[in-house]
Ligand binder design. Structure first.
Ligand SMILES: Cc1cc2nc3c(=O)[nH]c(=O)nc-3n(C[C@H](O)[C@H](O)[C@H](O)COP(=O)(O)OP(=O)(O)OC[C@H]3O[C@@H](n4cnc5c(N)ncnc54)[C@H](O)[C@@H]3O)c2cc1C
Length: 429
């Protein structure tokens, strides 16, 4: 929907630039040995699945999704496109009523338990919010809108991989006259009299009328601006709650694998303990849940014939000490479980392996504390309580992306760009 409305503003549609297919099943969830479910794309099949796990729960699913649909539609229309520069944007009784109806003030944990009891269904519904930046007990129930997106709108895949969306967007921008300077590192912003005048890069200096910084907000503030030009102190940043980081393995396997779908969630470990080790007592997980994407199951273009392309992700706390030894330990943990749960040897067929974690997020993206998804979506870091999309010290400097409004994720970052563009046009024409 976000992508459709983005392209629609210019009379285009995603299909003009990339080819999406709907996955069915949407994903596989592995609860243990010989204990798994495939989550079907079709609603009737999903309702049957829910009833088979928890008798009568399909009716509850309908009610849960009805509320979630409301949150998704109203949340997007009323809240997400607000620049959140002033509390006055939210002084409207209608919005307060919407906020209550949308469960902004109730926890996701309590909300989901009003509808379902079975631990498998609870895990299924709670997993998406694990990436938002808090345990379900501290995440607003508003975010059941993610379940709606996931279950009702479906799981889609751009043939060729996510990068096809990036290629589509850059092609579209170039058609509109945008110039991109690739591999161009910004090393400073020259500010005179509260005005950003020039951008200094490793490829030269560029004059600026307005600057929109899309890089990590903390990096721009602390590395590219002088102290007196920074809106927020280091103390402020250190008090922010960050969304999780990730330990990722990119793995190429020289044979086809059994027992994997395109998306696979391995829930054969204690969900509560892992969530606690991300958020409450940040540490490397005792026994991690993990996610495996095998796009080669769907798309022959992403691996040589007869081979498999795997992306393995463990959500972990930000700012952990990240070493080769730790990464290798988790590679072995994940491989042991993957081999056991899918009943085949995999390690010996691995022909490509690359790990990616905190150090890489810092080195490649200047990510604050090695975060992968920006700021956590807690109530205290929502809307006007987020780092502002406009600098308080430099009049023509704006921020966009996952550390400002509306928040982390690909769609919110896209919306962030649209919102900031609107603010620039309002102020600078
Ligand atoms: C492994 C992983 C899985 C994810 N899965 C999902 C998902 O399933 N769904 C979802 O919605 N979101 C997901 N996300 C989150 C989503 O990708 C991010 O929230 C989103 O891409 C952030 O966009 P952004 O524009 O704010 O930042 P980025 O995409 O990080 O863009 C910022 C850019 O600024 C560049 N930059 C930094 N410093 C400088 C500098 N000094 N000079 C020049 N350029 C600089 C960086 O190189 C980078 O290209 C995932 C993220 C990760 C890491």
């Amino acid at each position: 929907m976000y992508f459709e409305s983005y392209f629609a503003q210019f009379g285009k549609k995603p299909a003009d630039y990339y080819h999406l297919i709907r996955l069915d099943p949407s994903y596989r969830v592995v609860f243990g040995e010989n204990d798994l479910v495939d989550v079907p794309a079709q609603m009737e099949a999903l309702r049957d699945l829910f009833d088979s796990v928890e008798p009568g729960s399909s009716k509850q699913l309908d009610a849960f999704l009805k509320q979630a649909a409301y949150k998704y539609q109203v949340g997007i229309q009323e809240f997400v496109y607000k620049p959140s520069r002033s509390v006055t944007e939210f002084i409207d009784p209608r919005l307060l009523i919407s906020a209550i109806r949308m469960d902004v003030f109730q926890s996701f944990y309590t909300h989901v338990r009003r509808f379902f009891k079975h631990p498998k269904i609870l895990q299924l519904m709670e997993f998406p919010v694990l990436f938002l930046g808090a345990v379900p007990q501290n995440t607003p129930a508003l975010y059941s809108l993610m379940n709606y997106a996931d279950i009702s709108l479906g799981t889609w895949y751009p043939m060729g991989g996510m990068h096809k969306i990036v290629e589509g967007m850059t092609q579209f921008a170039e058609e509109k006259g945008v110039t991109f300077n690739y591999n161009c590192e910004v090393t400073g912003i020259d500010v005179i009299d509260r005005q950003a005048r020039r951008i200094i890069t490793n490829k030269g200096t560029f004059d600026a009328a307005v600057v929109v910084a899309g890089a990590d907000y903390h990096h721009v503030e602390s590395q590219l601006l002088e102290k007196g030009q920074q809106s927020y102190s280091e103390e402020y940043w250190n008090k922010r709650v960050l969304a999780p980081s990730s330990l990722i393995f990119y793995v190429g396997v020289n044979k086809r694998l059994q027992g994997l779908r395109h998306h696979n969630l391995f829930f054969d470990a204690d969900f509560g303990l892992h969530a606690q080790e991300i958020y409450e007592t940040p540490q490397w997980p005792t026994e991690p849940l993990f996610y495996v994407s095998a796009p080669s199951v769907t798309d022959p273009a992403v691996a040589p014939q007869g081979c498999e392309n795997l992306f393995i992700l463990i959500p972990v706390a930000p700012a952990l000490a990240d070493s080769e030894e730790v990464r290798e330990k988790y590679y072995q943990v994940v491989m042991d479980r993957l081999e056991k749960l899918t009943g085949q040897s995999i390690r010996e067929a691995v022909v490509y392996k690359r790990s990616y974690a905190h150090r890489d997020f810092v080195g490649d993206y200047h990510a604050f504390k090695g975060n992968a998804y920006g700021l956590a979506n807690t109530l205290m870091q929502t809307a006007i309580l987020k780092p502002s999309l406009k600098s308080r010290k430099v009049d023509n400097l704006f921020y966009t992306g996952q550390l400002t409004v509306p928040g982390p994720g690909v769609p919110p970052s896209l919306i962030s760009g649209q919102v900031v563009a609107g603010e620039v046009v309002k102020e600078f024409g």
